[in-house]
Design a protein around this ligand. Sequence first.
Ligand code: ADP
Length: 586
Amino acid sequence: LEEGARSCLMRFRHRLEDDIKPPYLMDHMVTDGVLTGDEEERIKNQDQAAALLALLLMKDNRAYISFYNAMVQEGYNDLANLLHRDLPLGLPEGLKRSTDCCTPYVQTVLSEGGVPQRPVVFVSRPELVNRVREKLYRLQKEPGWVTVFGMAGSGKSVLAAEAARHHGLIEDCFPGGIHWLSIGQLDKPDLLVKIQSLCFRLEQSLDSHPLHRPPNSLDEAKERLRFLMLRRHPRSLLILDDIWDSTVLKAFDLHCRILFTTRNRSLADSVSGSRYEVEVESGLDENKGLEILALYTKTKLKGLPEEARSIVRECKGSPLVVSLIGALLREKPNRWRYYLGQLQQKQFKRIRKSSSYDYDALDQAMAASIEVLPDEHREFYKDLTVLEKDTKVPAKVLAVLWDLETEEVEDILEEFVNKSLLFVDSHNKPFLYYLHDLQLDFLVEQNRTQLESLHSKVVHQYQQHYKDAHSTSGDEECLYWIRFLTYHMAKANLFQELYSLMFSLDWVSTKAQLMGPAYLINDYVEYGPILDKETRSQFQEFLSLNGHHLEQRPFPDVVQLALSQPRTSEVYKQALLQARDRATTG
Ligand code: ADP
């Protein structure tokens, strides 16, 4: 709260305490999202006026303004006049217009920028959302950072997306657009690839073909991004979801407008410019947790059984865990006591690396949700253990893995989504499916001893399906395979397969054509230690010499390029064979 407003409240405290009737005022304030239901309850059990003022003194400017507006609306004109002089200035106009979150303009902007939609069952957290929006408004006139920090699964990503879902905010502050980038745990080469794809998106959205080849090094990528953000997309917001590492954040230190979510509050210390932060405390407050359960079970808040409150407590307000339980109850509405019992059992207790999150509750909820799956679907769900974090897959990839029709796979995935065991990005056509980090942690933990065979299954199913020729259609499915086949081979310890893939000129050509050379170089760096050193350096040499050619379109003749390698190089030898082959077949 600003000094002036605080002082005003202190000076007139006694008069206010004597004259106001808090219940009506609090109604307005709850509606404005500056007071939570819990706080309202607490105040009702005390000397109401004094308690409300005490609380107000601990709140922010918005609470003061809301209190003032409530006074005006309830006809306390004289008292309101006392407060008026010290009204904090600068409540952004745009934020005063509420209820304009879902205009077609907002939807277009967010969908173009890849901002995720609301989860199917969604509760609003107005106080938090407003806090984030208010910080975003500070970026109206100058670049800077907004950090949204809190524990895993506390709802940061959903909150970040929700904050952006506001007509006035976008119009006033970010008319250049809102661009979402999921980050997660990355190493340097991955980071380069992420920035490349962001640059590609930013260039594409200008309706012009990319003028340049993709940037080749991290420094170059930063420069390109700086140019695109400052020159081509001025006054736009970049949302970086789930940052772990300050080196990653530094790559975006480009004097632009950024909101990022993280578990690590101190990350923003490593970058320059104005910084604001919002903490997402331990998750949902109790009433919001109850609201989620009520929505899942289609009951009124008041009609929830007494176990509901205990369930929310056991979940420690984690929206992810409450959603899992809610989805179970939707199907078995008379199991409140049973699921509460399950949550309390903690039979899966294990020592975890992170102590910052109540994994027990998540374990229990995941185990319970998986248990109600039909046997064969449980096996399918287990197969998802092999996905890399922060990776979204189309149903077709799983159709290959499970040897089913895509439609059948979609039905199975829909079941997982309904149980909150999986999430879907339906902006994208085809839909893309993904797990929350913590769910993947759970699966990896559960299936630790079978990782190798699970990855082998992926590789073998791919080989079965595609026989000798690689997938080259360029659709989402194909891109998944081209990107991750090497990853699965390495995890499956299928080294022979990995060598022959990575040391094949055909593969190099396919991957370069579909994804650009950066991913390829990334592979050689990543799997370098398990590859033959000599041959690996020949391929890397070839790529670094020809990188710029491989980015051109129309795509060059790779055999021709390879023929200019030294004769001793494996790259040359393969090219020669292919050239001869061509000559004989005409
Ligand atoms: P974080 O980014 O902090 O790890 P997320 O934002 O991904 O957490 O939220 C985890 C899950 O919790 C979501 O997938 C969703 O199911 C649920 N969730 C989060 N926020 C809400 C909300 N406001 N309403 C309903 N469910 C939510």
